[in-house]
Design a protein around this ligand. Structure first.
Ligand code: MCA
Ligand code: AMP
Length: 449
């Protein structure tokens, strides 16, 4: 899995830099071996996934020990954190990067086998609490090798990003990808335009919110002219941002599409001219199809391939429900494929799956958090179009004697900060259908639908 550790940057003291602290591969391995020795034999272990060398050592340590790591969002409030720890059965491990163990501390047989779970990532469904998505080293390696092929990603690259280290984008692509390809890694701590501009990389990753903020700061965008590839993903990249970035940087951003459950399955290729509004073609090993009604050319995107997850932890019914009867994974995204095979993501099947700042947020989880507040009797949460975040979370609530800020802070404190509503609208009642289900679209103005 970690091919890079023997790669061309083997001697560098700054092979990996995270939020201003650098390490060599050797020191990283020493710290990871100490973690591996601590967790050996456990069913899983959790780490508070701050943007830090400690998080990287934990992930590598888990791989060395053959014990899956559960990255916890560092700002997760008690409700989210307790759920993840209870659901995964993982004990929280503190990593001390200064503590090192020698090679002999981890024996060969303990190392992760190809079909062992390597990582459990928690992600929201439309209802209820987040589910643990289990990935094997085989799936992670297949996904990363397919991206290295599509993006001509090699040890010659310096990868720069500042994304959170508890999702596929920042952690799998943004950390394991660097370790597998052998590229240097500079994590900027936060994904600000100034930090991206100062990093001097060849390969940059960002969610559309990051790219749109960079496009709005011409000096920062122009500083990326020397890069080789700018990659956008996790949510749709607006065409105006694509065009502004192309003009200011001289690089048309390359867009790719994925999910926590599937890793990255569609991508524009480094050797083709990117077309705005499209997410390219299936990466190596992946096959796609569109489940369209007769006569229609858009429908649910379904796929199969080696990058798929092994299942939702402890939830066989939910895993089974995410596949069609003939074994294709149901993405829940609505897509179309043009004559050249380029895929376009048109929207999502469910109004209850929100993408805000590239984070996936289930409406049901936020509604449940709001309903835990004693003053709230009804809640309906939706994502409305937002030029900065793609969608922003708006909560419609029926409540007495409570203000918007108190409710926002309540959600931010119980779940993760990014799951907080950015706006609360108080209503007398929620429109419901005959079955009693809230009719969320009726709450929105025509331009918000
Ligand atoms: C604000 N803050 C609060 C509150 N309000 N704290 C507590 N209570 C409150 N009520 C604080 C926060 O702690 C934070 O502080 C600051 O305000 C800003 O918070 P945030 O909302 O996070 O800022 P933002 O500007 O809205 O963030 C935009 C962002 C972020 C940086 C683009 O959304 C982001 O990092 N997105 C990336 C998501 C991602 O990686 N998704 C990948 C999943 P402070 O600044 O001090 O911390 S998708 C995936 O993995 C698939 C496979 C794929 O396709 O890639
Ligand atoms: P997550 O599991 O957090 O990665 O969220 C996966 C979802 O992000 C997908 O189901 C899509 O709805 C969305 N997504 C990821 N990449 C793109 C993209 N390039 N364009 C549009 N939507 C995307």
């Amino acid at each position: 899995m970690l091919k890079a550790l023997h790669g061309i940057h083997g001697d560098r003291a700054d092979a990996i830099t995270i939020a201003g602290r650098s390490t060599s591969y050797e020191d990283l391995l020493g710290a990871a071996r100490a973690v591996a020795a601590d967790v050996a034999g456990a069913p899983a272990f959790a780490v508070t996934a701050t943007a830090s060398l400690e998080t990287v050592a934990a992930v590598v340590g888990g791989l060395l020990a053959g014990v899956p790591v559960v990255p916890l969002p560092p700002d997760a409030g008690p409700a989210e954190r307790d759920h993840i720890l209870r659901d995964s059965g993982a004990a929280l491990v503190e990593v001390d990067f200064a503590r090192r163990a020698a090679a002999s501390a981890v024996t060969g047989p303990g190392a992760a086998g190809p079909d062992d779970p390597a990582m459990i990532l928690y992600t929201s469904g439309t209802t209820g609490a987040p589910k643990g998505v289990v990935h094997t080293t085989t799936a992670l390696a297949a996904g990363l090798d397919a991206l290295a092929d599509a993006w001509q990603w090699s040890a010659e690259d310096t990868l720069v990003h500042g994304l959170p280290l508890f999702h596929v984008h920042g952690l799998v692509l943004g950390v394991l990808g660097a370790l597998r390809t052998g590229s240097r890694l500079v994590h900027t701590g936060r994904p600000t335009p100034a930090a991206y501009a100062a990093a001097g990389g060849s390969l940059y990753f960002g969610v559309p919110t990051v790219w749109s903020r960079i496009a709005a700061e011409p000096a920062a965008a122009e500083a990326l002219a020397g890069a080789r590839l700018l990659v956008s993903g996790s949510a749709p990249l607006p065409t105006p941002v694509f065009r502004t970035l192309s003009r200011l940087t001289g690089h048309a951003p390359l867009e790719r599409y994925g999910m926590t459950e599937t890793l990255i399955t569609l991508s524009a290729r480094a050797d083709a001219v990117p077309r705005p509004g499209t997410v390219g073609t299936p990466v190596a090993g992946v096959r796609t199809r569109i489940a369209a009604e007769p006569g229609a050319d858009i429908g649910e995107l379904q796929l199969t391939g080696p990058t798929l997850f092994s299942g939702y932890l402890g939830r066989p019914e939910a895993t089974a429900a995410s596949y069609t009867e003939d074994g294709w994974f149901r993405t829940g995204d609505i897509a179309a494929i043009d004559a050249d095979g380029l895929h376009r993501i048109v929207g999502r099947a469910s109004i209850d799956m929100i993408k805000s700042g590239g984070y996936r947020i289930g409406a049901g989880e936020v509604e449940n958090a709001l309903l835990d507040h004693p003053a709230v009797t009804e809640a309906a949460v939706v994502g409305v179009p937002d030029t900065d975040l793609g969608q922003r979370i708006v909560a419609f609530v029926v409540a007495e004697g409570v203000g918007a800020t108190e409710l926002t802070d309540f959600v931010a404190a119980h779940l993760s900060v990014h799951k907080r509503p950015r706006e609360v609208r108080f209503v007398a009642s929620l429109p419901r259908n005959a079955m009693g289900k809230p009719q969320k679209r009726l709450l929105l103005s025509p331009e918000e639908r």
